[in-house]
Design a binder for this molecule. Structure first.
Ligand SMILES: [Zn+2]
Length: 462
């Protein structure tokens, strides 16, 4: 039996790992590469395996960098089964359909630009389209509950554990047996932090022989959550007091719902103005919030207490839901409000319009509450650029910029080490889903295991 790393190898996107055992091929995640043009190109390269030969795809969670190439996999011949949790199935549906729409729009735009050039070249095809995304949903046949083992076939058993990262997210344990060789292989997926709103802390992992662990924040510690909430409230209060808008570029899944949760608490506790006007300007975040409401089984005790008190965890008096594009555009006329819009790294979505209309204003502020990969607009602003290019326009950055680290959906270095320590000194640990420095730093702290940092398409015997 062996493992081959076909994605998130020495970078943070495109998660895709292949297990070969007996005559079966099991994929763990099939995510999209994101971040810059090179990454976009990588999506069009060969998977490194034959999609038609895959028997099972076990999906850790619904983020695009974990499920975003499933429609492509399906288009190229995958006919196996996708197995995941009920919440992840719904979130992945939303994410894959949204991604298909973006792929179609980008191809159309590039085609339009190419049509104006002399050497028109080949027509530009989307990576996949909405039909591919819809077709791939037919493969999501089996739902799995946390900590209930599922026999995929003789000699291969999968168990999902709550990863505490986003709604429905899982770590996956594979119990493998081939010709008398038994291995327990544990995939961390993306690991969450302790003490966050809405979902429980990551579950205690089982012991394993081989661990495949994410390392996004392998080189740093997060700020604590409570001071970060205080920082968020202060950023809002000072900006609103000078009649500026607070832009919060936010990921549609989990982060937007967490923000609504904390804003509701802030208003209830009198730490934010009672009449605080909040615009949730993201159709995807709105749909995701509905999915959260349908999957209460994934909530933690505190969120259940809110529900038991007769309240909706994601509702507050001044909340406006903005689905319509014209309504979103009209927000350029408002002042003194909070606008939550995607995308979190400002690489697309409605936030770019709001940045164009607010970044140059001294009274405005931009509050970053999530991860910003290298090369993204969010990273440029965070790194202190004085001027940035937004929607083909140079815009001065005069707004106040806040970077609040405590809302991360990823475990920090100490939490990664604590989680790893509970896996019982595995023989091998493969670090994935991290930038070079983060992986090297984390590797330096893992002393009771042989650490590997695989290259793309690199294979290892188990
Ligand atoms: Zn994730």
């Amino acid at each position: 039996m062996r493992i081959v790393f076909h994605g998130a190898a020495r970078n943070v996107t495109g998660s895709c790992h292949l297990i070969e055992c007996r005559d079966k091929r099991i994929l763990i995640d099939c995510g999209l590469y994101q971040g810059n043009r090179d990454m976009d190109e990588e999506n069009r390269n060969n998977f490194g395996f034959e999609p038609a030969a895959i028997d099972f795809l076990l999906l850790t969670h619904g983020h695009l960098d974990h499920c975003g190439r499933i429609p492509l996999l399906n288009r190229l011949g995958f006919r196996g089964k996708v197995i995941t949790t009920a919440a992840t199935r719904e979130l992945a549906r939303l994410v894959m359909l949204d991604s298909a729409r973006i792929q179609e729009e980008e191809a159309k735009y590039k085609g339009y630009k190419a049509s104006k050039r002399k050497n028109r070249g080949e027509p530009i095809e989307p990576l996949y389209d909405t039909l591919d995304a819809l077709n791939s949903l037919d493969a999501f046949v089996d739902i799995i509950d946390f900590e209930k083992p599922c026999d995929l076939c003789p000699g291969i058993r999968a168990t999902f554990f709550d990863a505490g990262h986003i709604l429905g997210s899982a770590c996956i344990l594979l119990d493998l047996e081939e010709a008398g060789n038994r291995r327990r292989v544990l995939f961390s997926g993306d690991l969450g932090c302790n003490g966050r709103a809405i979902i429980p802390d990551p579950a205690t992992p089982p012991h394993a022989d081989t661990v495949i662990m994410e390392s996004t924040y392998g080189d740093r510690l997060h700020k604590k959550l409570e001071p970060s909430i205080e920082e968020l409230y202060q950023a809002i209060n000072t900006t609103i007091a000078r009649d500026g808008n607070v832009l919060i570029p936010s990921f549609a899944l989990e982060r937007s719902q967490e923000l609504l949760y904390h804003l509701r608490e802030g208003v209830e506790q009198g730490r934010l103005p009672r009449n605080l006007q909040v615009y949730l300007d993201s159709p995807m975040a709105i749909s995701a919030t509905q999915i959260f409401r349908r999957h209460r089984e994934c909530f933690d005790e505190e969120t259940w207490a809110v529900i038991s008190a007769g309240k909706d965890p994601f509702e507050l008096p001044g909340l406006h839901i903005v689905r319509d594009t014209a309504e979103s555009m009209a927000l350029k006329h408002i002042q003194g409000a909070v606008i939550i819009a995607g995308s979190g790294m400002c690489t697309g979505g409605r936030i770019r319009h709001h940045l164009r209309h607010n970044l140059w204003r001294e009274e405005a502020s931009v509050v970053f509450v999530g991860y910003a990969a290298e090369g993204t607009l969010a990273r440029q602003i965070i790194d202190g650029a004085e001027e940035v290019r937004v929607l083909q326009e140079e815009v001065e950055v005069n707004a106040e910029i806040f970077t609040i680290g405590g809302f991360s959906a990823h475990a920090d270095q100490q939490e990664l080490l604590n989680w790893h320590a509970r896996t019982g000194s595995p023989e091998h640990t493969f670090l994935v889903h991290g930038e070079e420095i983060a992986m090297q730093t984390l590797a330096g702290h893992l002393n009771d295991t042989k650490v590997e940092m695989p290259n793309l398409h690199e294979a290892f015997e188990l």
